[in-house]
Ligand binder design. Structure first.
Ligand code: CAA
Length: 261
């Protein structure tokens, strides 16, 4: 049996948190098509699993992922890439996950690695992490969302400079630019990412999914439409028992017991 390309566990602690690890250490977790298919299957299963509220995706100490697999791509033609719908066919699955995904990034997050991290909802980086879109240095351009998500995250000037030079960016610079939510000591990366996941998992899953959907609408629409959508979602939350429970628990100075209803 060949090694799985990703490792998936639903953790005993913290509760309701799943951990997914890229598992191609010999090639710095280069992201090939087979891995994308395994990841798509796993993410869809975790999204449907009521015992999971938050997904943490990580790599190894040396590499979150050093990009799409150059060996797999190098001899491909336009026709084969297009016919396979390369990237869109499987990687976009992450975008359809309704539960929060946290990328816990240590080491290299380059090319598709950086782009996959950007498909996640929160990036927490080890102080050793290195981000970048080096595709330009190998005769191509970002293809997994880098030209679209990076400027949305850090603005056009910085995104252009990062992508056109292909240079590597430290965790500290990535945080200052707004790509990364938090930088933590490398040895505490998983602990910090899981603590963040646990905090999110303590909320009503219903509210968490509504919030993710609503915040993501900010990237897809006008301010007016986005505000209207937010207002409808906010009003809709008053039809849930979790809203009643959350507010009642506050008034009674106790912890809420959510039913995700
Ligand atoms: N694809 C395939 N194999 C890769 C890889 C990748 N993206 N990145 C690293 N590897 C392999 C190397 O070929 C090497 O394999 P061998 O041991 O068989 O030679 C192994 O991983 C270890 O890598 P290095 O010896 O290069 O390790 P290093 O520590 O000297 O350098 C690195 C690390 C700077 C990250 C370097 O490996 C590197 O530059 N990797 C490529 C980064 C890159 O260009 N990523 C973009 C890919 S294209 C893309 O992602 C397109 C897209 O948007 C969808």
């Amino acid at each position: 049996m060949s090694e799985p390309l990703i490792l998936v566990e639903i953790l005993p602690q913290p509760a309701k948190v799943a951990l997914v690890r890229f598992n191609r250490p010999k090639v710095l977790n280069a992201l090939n098509n087979a891995l994308a298919i395994e990841l798509e299957t796993a993410l869809q299963a975790l999204d449907a699993d009521p015992n999971v509220h938050v997904i943490v995706v990580t790599g190894s100490e040396k590499a979150f992922a050093a990009g799409a697999d150059i060996a797999e791509m190098s001899s491909q033609s336009f026709a084969t890439m297009f016919n396979q719908n390369y990237i869109t066919a499987h990687w976009e699955a992450a975008r359809n996950v309704r539960k929060p995904i946290i990328a816990a990034v240590s080491g290299y997050a380059l090319g598709g690695g950086c782009e996959f991290a950007m498909m996640c909802d929160i990036i927490i980086a080890a102080d050793t992490a290195k981000f970048g879109q080096p595709e330009i240095t190998i005769g191509t351009i970002p293809g997994m969302g880098g030209t679209q998500r990076l400027p949305r995250a850090i603005g056009k000037a910085k995104a252009m400079e990062w992508c056109l030079t292909g240079r590597m960016v430290s965790a500290q610079e990535a945080e200052a630019a707004g790509l990364v939510a938090r930088v933590v000591p490398a040895e505490k990366l998983l602990e910090e990412a899981l603590a963040t996941a646990a905090k999110i998992a303590s909320h009503s899953l219903l509210s968490v999914m509504m919030l993710k959907e609503t915040l993501n609408a900010a990237f897809e629409t006008t301010l007016d439409q986005g505000l209207k959508f937010e207002r409808r979602q906010f009003h809709a939350s008053f039809s849930t028992s979790d809203q009643k429970e959350g507010m009642q628990a506050f008034l009674e100075k106790r912890k809420p017991a959510y039913k995700n209803q």
